[in-house]
Design a protein around this ligand. Structure first.
Ligand code: GAL
Length: 427
């Protein structure tokens, strides 16, 4: 470089330093507030506490980016069963929303990243300093080859057993912590005439129950082994899990297939059922119904899974062909911010993905989830995208669907074994 150029460069540097020293503290880490146009955000948060959580985050977005129109493209249906089908069709047709909800883990990496449908966000992570505040365990689940592909907004817990304290008390039933205690409790409740000892909903909620029973029966190490090929699907742990599952199903409502997750958890709140296994979005729903934790509903880890936190994380993406990438970066900036997460999660019934959330904003249940997230053994959810990619999960879902009709455990176990060999790590 010539001396003259060097001098010019140094003068420019001095000027820019001077400007930045005088300028009001600009939110350097944030996307500029000048973007315009609209940003379409696709999710399945349409009701039951979920929509309210999303609305709270949209409010933060609207205040920060008044020039960008937020287009809420939510499609109803718990766990994204309908939304994900609609999304797949749109992606296939080359008509992606700007940003969509995807689960950290295999759902994201094995589906959207594998198909080249979403863009890396490393620049946004750097600009916002997110690597310092997002859990280390989460980053590999949203990364491939050094690229980070989504912004997690929360941590949800899957292995929660919700219960109606009054129903248990009226029948002298203590909160069970082991599978054996759970069966005894269910039997006592059934004998006492409680109509639905264990509430269940449509098929994805049956898979949700199944994954928690796998964990509760075999413990976290063996459970993790199912997803990396070190625990055999045709082994005794899975046999025992299926037997436990079969037994649990005998205490469930006969109209399960026609109930949404909200319907099933409402049975507990209404006192028509004693227990329901559901992720902690149920807490957001209970609170939307005006219910009080510990009084109107209680919770405990699914029996057998005390000390394990079966997690999932909702995250948002930037579509490869996003119509408005700057608008998405603005949205994602809110998703990753402390303000956005602390607005969203207390309503949604989840804890912030960031480690610096303001604990005082979270209720007694969520504070207990924060403590468990920090101290428990963390394992991933099947139903909500962490441990298996879509094709493997779909095979498991098909096998489980058949089983719910036949209750033929041996056939289920054989199908699960085949699924791991065909789609999973047992190849
Ligand atoms: C999960 C999602 C949660 C909640 C739940 C029920 O897959 O991660 O945030 O929406 O489905 O719909």
């Amino acid at each position: 470089m010539s001396k003259r150029i060097l001098t010019v460069v140094s003068i420019l540097m001095v000027i820019s330093f001077a400007i930045s020293a005088c300028a009001p503290a600009a939110p350097a880490a944030e996307a500029p507030a000048t973007e315009a146009g609209k940003v379409q955000v696709f999710s399945w948060w349409t009701g039951g506490g979920e929509a309210a959580g999303l609305e709270a985050m949209i409010k933060v977005f609207n205040a920060k980016y008044p020039n960008i129109e937020f287009v809420n493209e939510a499609v109803a249906g718990g766990a994204g069963t309908n939304a994900r089908a609609v999304l797949a069709t749109r992606l296939q047709a080359g008509d992606p929303p700007d940003s969509w909800q995807g689960h950290a883990g295999q759902e994201l990496i094995g589906t959207y990243v594998a198909a080249g449908q979403i863009q890396p966000l490393n620049d946004l992570y750097e600009a916002n300093g997110w690597l310092a505040v997002m859990p280390e365990t989460l980053i590999p689940l949203i990364s491939k080859d050094g690229n980070i592909y989504s912004v997690p907004v929360n941590i949800h817990r899957a292995n929660v057993m919700w219960y109606n304290p009054a129903v248990l008390a009226a029948n002298n039933v203590a909160v069970p912590t082991t599978m054996e205690e759970w069966f005894t409790a269910l039997e006592t409740l059934k004998a006492a005439g409680v109509e639905t000892p264990l509430a269940l909903g449509e098929q994805w909620t049956a898979m949700h129950l199944f994954e928690t029973v796998l964990l509760g029966t075999m413990g976290p190490e063996k459970y993790n082994g199912l997803w990396d090929g070190t625990t055999a699907w045709d082994g005794p742990e899975v046999t025992e899990s299926i037997a436990n599952y079969a037994k649990l199903l005998t205490y469930t409502n006969s109209d399960a297939t026609s109930l949404t997750w909200q319907d099933a958890s409402q049975l507990v709140i209404n006192g028509d059922a004693a227990f329901n296994v559901m992720g902690d979005w149920a807490e957001g729903y209970f609170k939307e119904l005006g219910k009080t934790p510990e009084t109107d509903f209680g919770w405990a880890p699914v029996p057998g899974s005390v000390g394990s936190f079966q997690f999932l994380s909702d995250s948002f993406t930037l579509a490869t062909d996003a119509p408005n990438p700057d608008g998405v970066k603005a949205w994602l900036t809110v998703c990753g911010s402390k303000e956005g997460q602390d607005a969203f999660n207390p309503v949604k019934g989840s804890i912030p993905a960031r480690s610096d959330g303001d604990k005082s904003l979270y209720d007694v249940y969520l504070q207990s989830a924060m403590a468990d997230w920090a101290s428990n053994t963390v394992v991933g959810s099947l139903t909500h995208g962490v441990v298996a990619n879509d094709s493997w999960k779909n095979e498991i879902n098909t096998a489980l669907g058949l089983y719910l009709g036949t209750l033929d455990g041996a056939t289920l176990q054989a199908a699960l074994t085949t699924a791991c060999a065909a789609q999973g790590p047992c190849k």
